[in-house]
Design a protein around this ligand. Structure first.
Ligand code: UT7
Length: 329
């Protein structure tokens, strides 16, 4: 029996026009371009600084471009999932806001909160709906307005993050292309290393929590770095092995863009040629759930039908995993 595959049939991305360079950050905190470039590989990030605009607004241009590129009428979209940790509101979800703003009226929509793994989790979840035949067209968004939760007095985090969004269309594929396999993992004991301490149900926001800057991202970078390298490397290896693939079979490795040193370490540990590793971190920084679709969008023109692609991500939670797919167009 042939199994229906869910394939990516289009990709688009959007970032705000406003750019914050390393030199701009030198004016805010005690840092310098040399440190940021050598320790992270980041030169600039895009920041949404329009008052009253949130993650749905960041995502909207990507979704509209995606609909246009794929000749999809908004009424045809059956589901829309958004991976994000910076939703427009604590509730309701951002996916419904994106759909509303894009004129998508016949879809069920919800968010997935898996931090930097959010897009990968959302993509793989949507694929399962397509594979069962219950959904024909799914839009998967990865988007974060990280500037809304970054403390621009904390040099250990503010240099890393940027704002950005990407979106893909998933459709059934009868040629055997699309998502083939995934391995996802989670470990809640990692929460304290990368989180937003207050504003949730354990510690609702108060004057005191705001005074203590607990509504911003808090990160202990070194353990996160180590867990990210190990988590992405090990799940890529596992997915390769159980699909009888060698690293030579893979045309593109698409790692979450958190730090160029993390990307290089993963490639080193896999002994994977760096020229086949997608990299966009220099221009966008870490856009959390946005990094993977932004990568796919940047490299779209170099991709060929049948290309074997391994996506891998690691994020707060901890959440991590790898998804193997073949490109369908
Ligand atoms: O997206 C998913 C999850 N996030 C990640 O994957 C991020 C993982 N972690 C990292 O990318 C890195 O740990 C960072 C980029 C956050 C930090 O790099 P690091 O090489 O681990 O630096 P460090 O925290 O060990 O700090 C080294 C030094 C410290 O100074 P001392 O104590 O040696 O005097 C820091 O205070 O660098 C200092 N430092 C800075 N100096 C200039 C930290 N941030 C900065 C800065 N500019 N922005």
């Amino acid at each position: 029996m042939s199994v229906l595959k869910a394939a990516i049939t289009g990709v688009a991305a959007s970032v705000p026009d406003n750019i914050m360079t390393n030199h701009d950050l030198e004016k805010l905190v005690d840092t310098n371009d040399e440190w940021i470039t050598s320790r992270t590989g980041i030169k600039q990030r895009h920041i949404l600084n329009t008052p009253g605009k949130g993650t749905s607004d960041l995502s909207l241009p990507a979704v509209l471009e995606l609909l246009e590129k794929t000749n999809t009428d908004p009424s045809e979209v059956d589901m829309l999932i958004c991976g994000t940790v910076t939703g427009d509101f604590v509730f309701p979800d951002t996916a419904n806001q994106i759909a509303h703003k894009a004129g998508i009226k016949n879809a069920f929509c919800y968010d997935i909160n898996a931090a930097c793994s959010g897009f990968l989790y959302a993509l793989t979840t949507a694929a399962k709906f397509i594979e069962t035949g219950s959904v024909k067209k799914a839009i998967v968004v990865g988007a974060d307005k990280m500037s809304s939760i970054v403390d621009y007095t904390d040099r250990t985090t503010c240099v890393i993050f940027g704002d950005g969004a990407g979106a893909v269309l998933l459709e059934p594929n009868e040629e055997g292309h699309g998502l083939h396999d995934f391995i996802f993992k989670g470990d809640g004991s990692g929460a304290e290393y990368l989180y937003q301490k207050s504003g949730g149900s354990i510690s609702p926001s108060t004057h005191t929590t705001v005074d203590n800057r607990e509504h911003f991202v808090s990160q202990n970078g070194r353990p996160v770095f180590k867990a990210a390298v190990n988590g992405m490397t090990s799940t890529v290896k596992e997915v390769l092995e159980r699909n009888n693939l060698s690293k030579e079979d893979i045309d593109w490795l698409v790692p979450h863009q958190a730090n160029l040193r993390i990307i290089n370490s993963v490639a080193d540990m896999l002994d994977f040629p760096i020229e086949k590793v997608m990299q966009t971190i220099e221009n966008y920084g870490n856009t959390t759930a946005g990094t993977l679709p932004i990568c796919l969008n940047e490299y779209e023109k170099t991709l060929k039908k049948g290309d074997k692609i391994m996506l891998t991500a690691f994020g707060g939670g901890f959440t991590w995993g790898s998804t193997y797919l073949t490109w369908a167009y």
